[in-house]
Design a binder for this molecule. Sequence first.
Ligand code: DQA
Length: 143
Amino acid sequence: MKKILVINGPNLNMLGLREPAIYGSRDYNALLVFIRESATALGLEAECFQSNHEGAIIDCIQQAYGVFDGIVINPAAYTHTSVAILDALKAVAIPTVEVHLSDVDSREEFRHRSFVSLYACKVIKGHGFDGYREALEYFSEKK
Ligand code: DQA
């Protein structure tokens, strides 16, 4: 069974409370349940990690080397700033799908740039929770 690591970056633990008009009213725990159920339905094993700290996310990516077959990452605000997360993904060379709950391209200009997109094999934006299921589907269909 393929093992997929799902990483969520800063402030995603505040889902439900955080700008519900943009991110919806369901909380982070509901997202975990959604990811777990989607993975099970697709015959994948998914492990979830969330941190508000860039270094902790980098440690998590490094530790995924040799353990996981794929990474689904919503780097949140670090998407737009972190060369270090991009470099960590390149270092481990694990196939990665980038997910954003909101459609970052239709928001502020500073959200249009993504460092992680320079490495990701697929980017899903603006599909809410469903984006995570679509990312998992990518790995279930991938050879
Ligand atoms: C986000 C979009 C980012 O611009 C923002 O900083 C987030 C969440 C999203 O899922 O839509 O924290 O990655």
